[in-house]
Ligand binder design. Structure first.
Ligand SMILES: NC(=O)c1ccc[n+]([C@@H]2O[C@H](COP(=O)([O-])OP(=O)(O)OC[C@H]3O[C@@H](n4cnc5c(N)ncnc54)[C@H](O)[C@@H]3O)[C@@H](O)[C@H]2O)c1
Length: 377
């Protein structure tokens, strides 16, 4: 399927790095409203530049738009593309409000177009391994999951100098104003929904604990820099999801069964090890855990865990941020679904549901209130 990218900023380099791996998509060109950025990006990657969104949409060969603009532009760009009869794969969030997200989905459905949203790490090889373990029954009955999406003390890091491969600065103002929950919660919500089905209810707390970050670059909206949510799934599993740009980096997902715990060590790594350790309910596993605990000062925590499960799939190269993530996999999946009837793994229902759960976590009146979800997958 022939595609065009709108938005040539920090994340766009990560997409270009992986697109060539997916032979069912072909990039015809890119557009950014910032002419200097567009020129730099096209020169760096040797790509064709369009001079407007209208010019992209006038190109009859383009079947899908990949929307990599800032969250505040997502609705407008996606809606314009849908109205021009194009399938859309959008960076997250699908939109900044549920009203807008519903409008996009209605437009896509009305026109019979594909619409999906990042993140796509539920398609990672590591998650496939974790899913196999969950479905095998070896963990026992799954009752609980713990998901951490902590990025370190970002306000104090050297983000002023972070650059993508083609030189785009990390969009600090946008990141701080949109907030880490809107930016990152999806990296756990999508895998959790893939494992346990739709979320029925969310109980959340959020706060902005470092309100003075980025004032020197004009940050004015103080979005939560911490959110903690309890997600109740249709099947009865409960997950605790934490998002911060304050706590030490930890992007692990632990799935707790009555017999064993499976740990996906990093949701951003497509080949992260999946480690299985017994819950300690039986004698020998309990002894192993005790030894593990005693020696933990000597050896890095997980080293003593039971052997990691083999994670299959071709290794993904590192992004500028140092993570092995395949950003383009969602585009390829959507294109395959549309063109060849591949099984539906991403799409409007998932994008809408992830947006609703994310907004429930970010909601200004979240504190301790249980919010019933209106969407499902
Ligand atoms: N920064 C990251 O590490 C990262 C990682 C994963 C996902 N994302 C997501 O990717 C998206 C883009 O983030 P980014 O970091 O690349 O931001 P960015 O600010 O670096 O780049 C966004 C680009 O989109 C362009 N743009 C905005 N509105 C436009 C419009 N209406 N028409 C044409 N061009 C437009 C801007 O000029 C800018 O060059 C966001 O949704 C973000 O949540 C970012």
């Amino acid at each position: 399927m022939k595609i065009a990218i709108i938005g040539c900023g920090f994340v766009a380099d990560n997409y270009i790095a992986m697109l060539a791996e997916h032979t069912n998509v072909e990039l015809l060109g890119v557009y950014d409203r910032d002419a200097a950025r567009l020129a730099t990006f096209c020169a760096f990657h040797k790509l064709n530049a369009y001079d407007s969104l209208a010019a992209v949409l006038a190109d009859e060969r383009v079947h899908m738009i990949v929307n990599l603009t800032n969250p505040s532009s997502h609705f407008e760009v996606t809606m314009t593309a849908l109205q021009a009869g194009r399938h859309v794969y959008s960076e997250k969030p699908l939109a900044m409000t549920m009203a807008e997200a519903h409008m996009l989905v209605a437009e896509a459905d009305r026109r019979g177009l594909g619409l999906a949203s990042a993140p796509c790490n539920q398609l990672s090889d590591a998650l496939a391994t974790l899913k196999r373990e969950v479905q095998s029954g070896r963990l026992g009955r799954i009752v609980y999951a713990q998901a951490e999406m902590d990025d370190g003390m970002v306000p104090g890091l050297d983000w002023y100098n972070w650059r993508s491969k083609s030189g785009a600065p990390w969009p600090a103002k946008d990141e701080f104003e949109v907030g880490c929950t809107m930016e990152h919660a999806g990296y756990h919500i999508t895998p959790l929904v893939e494992l346990f089905g739709p979320v029925r209810r969310v109980t959340a707390f959020n706060a902005c604990l470092v309100p003075d970050k980025g004032r020197d670059i004009g940050v004015s909206i103080m979005s939560p820099d911490i959110s903690v949510g309890l997600l109740e799934f249709d099947g009865g599993v409960v997950a605790r999801l934490s998002n911060t740009i304050l706590a030490p980096a930890n992007r692990s997902l632990r799935v707790v069964g009555t017999e064993a715990v499976a740990t996906l060590t990093d949701a951003w790594e497509y080949h992260a090890p999946v480690r299985i350790s017994p819950t300690g309910a039986r004698f020998w596993p309990r002894v192993v855990r005790k030894i593990e605990k005693k020696l933990s000062w000597l050896l890095p925590g997980l080293l003593l865990g039971w052997p990691a499960k083999q994670v299959d799939g071709r290794r993904v190269p590192k992004t500028a941020g140092g993570h092995r993530m395949d950003f383009a996999r969602g585009i390829a999946q959507l294109a395959a679904q549309i063109e060849s009837g591949a099984p539906v793994r991403i799409g409007t229902a998932l994008a809408l549901h992830v947006t609703e759960v994310t907004l429930a976590l970010q909601s200004p009146d979240a504190a301790g209130r249980a919010v019933s979800m209106q969407t499902s997958i």
